[in-house]
Design a protein around this ligand. Structure first.
Ligand code: ADP
Length: 304
């Protein structure tokens, strides 16, 4: 059960002991997961980890025998489909069809669809309204695919590598839209290789490695497992005063600035206390999702 702002959020997706194979190749192994209303879940993993397969199962595009509930029904059932928007990898680019025509066609499939003109405005795609899909750049095609995911006014969104091909400006706007959708209480499952963006946006992370979940939780929880910290400060003292402090694994100096890389930030900070009079402008940087993820992946490779 998830409680947000004093309100109990209902379960939207529930998966128990999911296994999936393509022929003899087992790609999902005993996956358990629950997603609550209003959550933004970042699904991350290396290429081939099984992310797309999982999304396709939740959408009902691949069969699964195990117990899976999406909006209290089986994936792919009509009731669930009306409430779900998805943006899978690859864009549908039909010949001789304009952006508006495509969106009207898609809107007709939903009971509660959004107004096409308003949606184009929201996504800053007015200029492309009458352009042929085939004439759009890759980044714009991706944005039209995002519009298609939103046209049915979904409660739950599955977004698989949504920002591929978008330039920096378009990516920024995309993440702003995601924040706006969060404010509307939408539930979003998103995969992306831009881990910095996932780190900033996702309420919870699911890390998939070789078909298994190796972590489910908030970024803070993940970061707390990795105590590596960089402590940056200014001092007139020589670097040798700091190299042997508790948990310091590397120390570098550039003019008056020193960077200490520590395996345990709290322990190193405590051992810095005697120097406090002579250091200033201290900043402390914890590991990013990207670095933690890379370390986890390398460790898995070493163990394999
Ligand atoms: P991800 O989205 O994390 O990159 P996928 O779900 O696409 O991972 O793939 C998981 C594994 O399943 C990979 O080893 C991939 O090669 C394999 N795979 C994906 N689709 C098929 C398919 N249609 N037939 C056989 N193997 C597949």
């Amino acid at each position: 059960m998830l409680i947000k702002g004093g309100v109990t959020m209902r379960e939207i997706v529930n998966v128990k002991e999911l296994n999936f194979s393509y022929g003899n190749k087992r790609v999902l192994k005993n996956l358990n997961l629950t997603i609550h209303q209003g959550e933004i879940v970042g699904l991350i993993g290396e290429n081939g980890a099984g992310k797309t397969t999982l999304l396709n199962i939740l959408l009902g595009l691949l069969p699964a025998d195990q117990e899976i509930k999406v909006f209290e029904g089986k994936p792919g059932q009509k009731k669930a489909r009306q409430k779900i928007g998805s943006m899978l990898q690859g864009d549908i680019v039909l010949a001789n069809v304009t952006v508006t025509e495509m969106l009207h066609e898609a809107a007709a499939q939903y009971f509660r669809s959004k107004n096409v003109t308003e949606l184009l405005q929201e996504l800053n795609l007015q200029k492309q309204a009458d352009q042929l899909l085939t004439n759009l750049s890759g980044g714009l095609q991706r944005r039209v695919t995002f519009a298609l995911a939103l046209i049915g006014n979904p409660e739950l969104l599955f977004l698989d590598e949504p920002t591929v091909g978008m330039d920096a400006q378009a990516r920024k706007m995309f993440w702003q839209r995601i924040q706006a959708l969060r404010d509307l209480g939408k539930t979003i499952v998103i995969t992306s290789h831009y881990l910095e963006e996932i780190q900033q946006t996702a309420d919870r992370l699911f890390i998939l490695q070789k078909g298994k979940f190796v972590f489910q939780g908030t970024f803070q929880e993940l970061q707390n497992k990795d105590k590596r910290t960089i402590i940056h400060f200014k001092t007139k003292l020589a670097i040798k005063n700091f190299q042997k402090l508790t948990a310091v694994v590397a120390a570098t100096q550039l003019e008056d600035w020193i960077d200490l890389v520590s395996d345990d930030g709290d322990a190193t900070l405590r051992s810095l206390v005697p120097f406090l009079e002579e250091i200033n402008n201290v900043s402390i940087q914890r590991e990013s999702l990207e670095n933690i993820f890379l370390k986890m992946t390398n460790r898995m490779e070493t163990l394999a």
